[in-house]
Design a protein around this ligand. Sequence first.
Ligand code: HEC
Ligand code: HEC
Ligand code: HEC
Length: 436
Amino acid sequence: MNVTKMSVRLAAVAGLALWTAALHPATATEAPADRGEYVARAGNCVACHSIADAPPFSGGLKMATPLGAIYTTNITPDAKTGIGGYTYEDFDRAVRLGIAKDGHRLYPAMPYPSYAKMNEEDMQALYGFFMKTVKAAEVANKPSEIPSPLNMRWPLAIWNFVFADDERYTPKAEHDAAWNRGAYLVQGLGHCGACHSPRGLAFNEKGYTEQDGQFLLGAPLDNWSASNLRQDINTGLGKWSQEDLVTYLKTGHNRYGTAFGTMTEVINNSTQYMTDDDVGAIATYLRAIPGGREKDANAFAYDASTAKDLLAREFAKPGALVYAQSCMTCHLADGAGHAPYLPPLAGNPVTVDPSPASLINIVLNGTQRIVVDGMPDAYKMPQYRVLLSDQEIADAVTFIRSGWGNKAAPVTAKEVADMRKLTDPASDQINILRMK
Ligand code: HEC
Ligand code: HEC
Ligand code: HEC
């Protein structure tokens, strides 16, 4: 590609980004009219209990567990196939303790160990929303694909006894209201740890509060790596200001990164709907959780030699040529991108995540659209599944993990080949789910 054509394209890209930003100034979210609907948003019930082209909350989403696939259930107020027969007490017991009305135990793929923290007032409002606002839909539940005898549910009672805590959240006197509200939302309703905390052999999250050193330390899930949300300086959120975090949770973008993978559904269906006070509280709480990785001590320092080599067409490093040909138009020679719409790769925590899963997956499969205020994102990351070989993708990812001052381990072609088998290209469907 010749240089003139490239700079024209970049100018157009930057111009469009400004235009989008101007059309959609960040608006302060008003206190919600329906408290129950707001609680359902904060809990993101819709992301799991709905699928596209089916009635809201009628279930049917396939979820992988270590034992086999299970399907989410119909939680519309339909008496036959949904939760129409649930009293408030039945509902509270299912959502907080993982016990269905007929007494069977739910798999912890339903994040009840987090929802256990919910207070009575929110639970009442949530129950009201499901019984009065959500429309009843007769859609039968699908049986799990867990083979017998592993599909026996009684061992889940023991699991709960060992791993889950059924206490509601109690505010801590030594912290202010914002911290406590943030803790309630992160540990409880928002169930951030369900994706971001490492899990043990029994699928148990290693820690449900900031008192545990592994809480929110980052974890693999669904072929992505839900990154470290603690204050580690390089692989965590140590450099992010309060404002950076708020902007990210409201819009899916900030100067450091863009939401992708399973985080897109969190932005699209949940955090963007939270009030400014609530996202602010989440940021306050997260920013108070110290780093958890000993080795992550020396802050990223920008190294100009990567950009210099690329611009001089000096492609000695593995992956440099692939980067120049396939990535540089958008992410630029200095790895700075055009934040917040084309994310930087230099000094971006996701790029140096000890697990390369998200990087391999995003390059193979691209991303889905972030939709904020009903407006789909102007850009998405393209997929390179067809265009690049396993070795080329491994090289490109290794290159961005070690360029510009980034320091993270290289990636092999085998890791890319494995991920290729497990994943599909990101769908072009706009993944935003109706609740009513
Ligand atoms: C991460 C995915 C996920 C999220 C988020 C989620 N659920 Fe679930 N839920 C499930 C799965 C999976 C099951 C079925 C588990 C099983 O069959 O053992 C389930 C089951 C249930 C049940 C039991 C219904 C029945 O009788 O079968 C209720 C009630 C329920 N969820 C309510 C909610 C509410 C309310 C929210 C939001 C506050 C929510 N869920 C959020 C995955 C989720
Ligand atoms: C369904 C799984 C899932 C849930 C639930 C989830 N996340 Fe994430 N999150 C991810 C994944 C995967 C990534 C990595 C991809 C990316 O950077 O967007 C991520 C990334 C992030 C990032 C960006 C980190 C970085 O270094 O760029 C922040 C901040 C974040 N999540 C905050 C939250 C908060 C706060 C919650 C709870 C309200 C939450 N997440 C719940 C999956 C999830
Ligand atoms: C046409 C522009 C474009 C090209 C070319 C491109 N990307 Fe991207 N990339 C994006 C956009 C846009 C995002 C933000 C994710 C989204 O919202 O879709 C992104 C996100 C990423 C991320 C995640 C960073 C974060 O925190 O959000 C990585 C890593 C990445 N790209 C690597 C690459 C690599 C490696 C190549 C070349 C093989 C490449 N990109 C080529 C546009 C591009």
